[in-house]
Design a protein around this ligand. Structure first.
Ligand SMILES: Cc1cc2nc3c(=O)[nH]c(=O)nc-3n(C[C@H](O)[C@H](O)[C@H](O)COP(=O)(O)OP(=O)(O)OC[C@H]3O[C@@H](n4cnc5c(N)ncnc54)[C@H](O)[C@@H]3O)c2cc1C
Length: 439
């Protein structure tokens, strides 16, 4: 008998979720994370009393999300805060209501009358799943074919940027857009935010649940997965193989080659998985002395395409009393992000726009944090990287090795893929269906 039933390589949110559920069930779990802390891309950094998420971290479908379902599994029911009204800020700094539900199409000043009707018709088609075969089309091609122009085109450009984290409609998949809108319409919730922030409501409870029957080793790199015959026998750490019955890998699939000798593996999807293009972008936080606005929805810009949120208006506890936190995110295509001069140009334009909209930031900003991120979501939802092209929680020919995280074939986009993957993998490992409750 080994010291652990399950070893998880990588301590991102997907690993924490699956590890917490298995440990809660009584399995002995060991999580091994190379960084000095767990959380991965969902980590929360604390500075001067501000809790800074790793960029805007809204939970798709909120209380109806796979994440909420995982928390329920470990006996934690948390409150989610719905967003307030969202706005598009145009080039004259006018705030135009941005629809977040069907009624918004009737009231927003973004649309002319025929566009309102067209928008409602499209939403109805999306809700019924009557979108035809969209797998081969980009969002741009779909919009052209469907005669989408004017305000409606501006609307879908921004939905593509925020929902799919892709600034280029000529790259993003129309199928992915339709599927994700369909899920929002079915859930009746687009995004929500944990009322007490990610640290208190999500990361701490998951860590506590994992530690119930398990252990977390941080600052420790998994050097390789040890394969014996057709089984994953364990993981190599500091030259020693730690063994367990089940090995789970929560490492973006682009990096799997670093811990697994992939040369002899025939699984066709693995080739695609190793070369997946992630989404990228620039995140800017403004820690503010006082308040700049009471808006608690998203604020969208078209130049550069980006969106922001005064996160402390959703969860006041993440900023010290009397202070607030504004976080803005600008999706930049991965190719452009690799070019330093282009990324810096986006950053300068973004800062200049934000500081024009909120001039008081010049005097009220206590500190600013800029993150240039090569990987935001593990996978860009373009037409070559849809679910059928991604890894299906395992590798053909290797038993008891499971893959999770936001580069797997789970449904959704971004963090939602990570959360869904933890549930789908839980079902594979335990053979038990997870109770329904998410979308
Ligand atoms: C700026 C930004 C904003 C975002 N906003 C949202 C949002 O609003 N909504 C949403 O749903 N999603 C959002 N996301 C995406 C979300 O954060 C990710 O989808 C999610 O955190 C991915 O989790 P994961 O567990 O799949 O992978 P990761 O977080 O990448 O975890 C992998 C872990 O493995 C560790 N690791 C790697 N190699 C090794 C090794 N050899 N040994 C040990 N450990 C190793 C890494 O250090 C890391 O901790 C955002 C991401 C960013 C960056």
């Amino acid at each position: 008998m080994y010291d652990y039933d399950v070893i998880i390589a990588g301590g991102g949110i997907a690993g924490l979720e699956l590890g917490a559920m298995l440990s809660h069930d009584g399995q002995r779990v060991l999580m091994i994370e190379q960084a000095g802390h767990v959380g991965g891309r969902s980590f929360v950094h604390t500075k001067d009393g501000f809790e800074l998420d790793n960029g805007i971290h809204l939970v798709r479908f909120g209380r109806k999300s796979a994440l909420a379902q995982v928390l329920r599994h470990i006996g934690k029911e948390i409150q989610f805060q719905p967003l307030g009204k969202s706005y598009l800020i145009d080039r004259n700094n006018e705030f135009i209501l941005f629809p977040t539900g069907p009624s918004g199409f009737l009231t927003s000043g973004l649309f002319r009358f025929p566009e309102r009707l067209k928008a409602l018709g499209i939403m109805l088609q999306f809700k019924r799943g009557q979108t035809g075969a969209l797998e081969r089309y980009t969002v741009e091609e779909w919009m052209q074919g469907a005669g989408i122009r004017g305000g409606l085109k501006r609307y879908f450009n921004l939905v593509c940027a925020s929902m799919l984290v892709c600034p280029l409609t000529s790259v993003a998949s129309a199928q992915a857009l339709a599927e994700n809108v369909n899920r929002v319409l079915k859930a009746g919730i687009s995004v929500e935010y944990p009322s007490h922030g990610w640290r208190k409501d999500i990361l701490d409870p998951l860590e506590d649940a994992l530690r119930k029957n398990g252990k977390i080793m941080t600052g420790t790199r998994v050097e390789s997965v040890a394969i014996e015959g057709n089984r994953a026998a364990g993981v190599r750490v500091n030259g020693t193989v730690l063994r367990a019955d089940t090995i789970i890998v929560d490492i973006p699939s682009q990096d799997i080659g670093k811990i697994l000798d992939v040369r002899g593996i025939r699984d066709e999807r693995l080739k695609t998985a190793l070369g997946l293009v992630p989404t990228s972008g620039i995140s800017i936080d403004y820690a503010i002395d006082g308040s700049i606005s009471d808006i608690s929805g998203l604020l969208y810009l078209e130049d550069p395409v980006s969106f922001g949120c005064i996160v402390s208006n959703l969860s006041p506890g993440i900023a010290p009393p009397g202070k607030s936190l504004l976080t803005w995110f600008c999706p930049v295509h991965n190719e452009e992000m690799k070019q330093k001069d282009k990324a810096s140009a986006y950053q300068r334009r973004l800062e200049s726009r934000i500081e024009t909209i909120f001039p008081s930031l010049k005097t009220k900003t206590l500190f600013k944090r800029v993150l240039n991120l090569n990987m935001v979501d593990g996978v860009e939802l373009n037409i070559g990287q849809l679910r059928d092209k991604r890894m299906d929680y395992g590798i053909q020919g290797i038993d008891n090795l499971y893959l999770i995280g936001d580069t797997t074939a789970a449904p959704g986009a971004g963090g939602d893929i990570a959360h869904e993957s933890s549930i789908e993998c839980y079902e594979r490992i335990t053979g038990r269906m997870h109770s329904a409750g998410n979308v």
